[in-house]
Design a protein around this ligand. Structure first.
Ligand code: FES
Length: 202
């Protein structure tokens, strides 16, 4: 389960860079008058992009003011979606799916490796501050379970050896190449095709 951690150390203020002010304005313009609250996710995404992949409380207030909506409404959205981080994350942010299909296929082994090499608890930076990890709900790649997401990339069909290799590379400040770790194409069966065999490329 994804646990939201609010950073203890918070900047007192937040303001968009000029270019993001323009982007925010354009996002807000996409919605009819009185419906500007609909831009909240886009604006939170912009905040996170500007602020090293996490959102301080001051930014929630800033967004609420820009959209003229209550602070609690922005807070609710930011705590609901696991894509928003409310405390600093590593340069390499590892999200391990632990929903049922991944759990059945061994996600516990993946989180154990994260605990061993990155940090004992989720949402904490590794000793060299490069990496952090968190458990998340289904990331939509169940057919290639177990899997994890690192920054924007998916790593699927994981086992202990492969996961350990990947995590060690991250801690070495290297982004591993993404690939399915067993020989199959996309969501193809692991061993042999049992249907549609007569259709080429099926
Ligand atoms: S259950 Fe893990 S990706 Fe869906």
């Amino acid at each position: 389960m994804s646990i939201k951690k609010i950073a203890k150390e918070q900047p007192e203020t937040f303001e968009f860079f000029e270019e993001n002010k323009l982007l925010a304005k354009n996002e807000i313009k996409k919605y009819p008058k009185g419906r500007q609250a609909s831009a909240v996710i886009s604006l939170l995404y912009l905040v996170q992009k500007q602020n090293n992949n996490w959102i301080p409380l001051a930014a929630l207030k800033y967004v609420a003011k820009l959209l003229d909506i209550p602070y609690t409404q922005v807070y609710e959205v930011s705590t609901f979606y696991s894509m928003f981080n409310l405390s600093p994350v590593g340069k390499y942010f590892v999200q391990v799916c632990t929903t049922s299909p991944c759990m059945i296929r061994g996600s516990k082994k993946i989180t154990d490796i994260c605990k061993k090499h990155i940090s004992k608890k989720q949402n904490e930076l590794s000793l060299n501050k490069l990496c952090s990890w968190v458990e998340v709900e289904c990331l939509g790649a169940c057919i290639n379970a177990p899997m994890m997401q690192i920054n924007q990339d998916y790593f699927e069909d994981l086992d202990e050896t492969k996961t350990e290799e990947i995590v060690k590379k991250l801690l070495d400040d290297k982004m591993p190449e993404t690939a399915l770790t067993i020989k199959r194409k996309n969501g193809m069966l692991e061993k042999i095709k049992t249907n549609l065999v007569e259709i080429e490329n099926a």
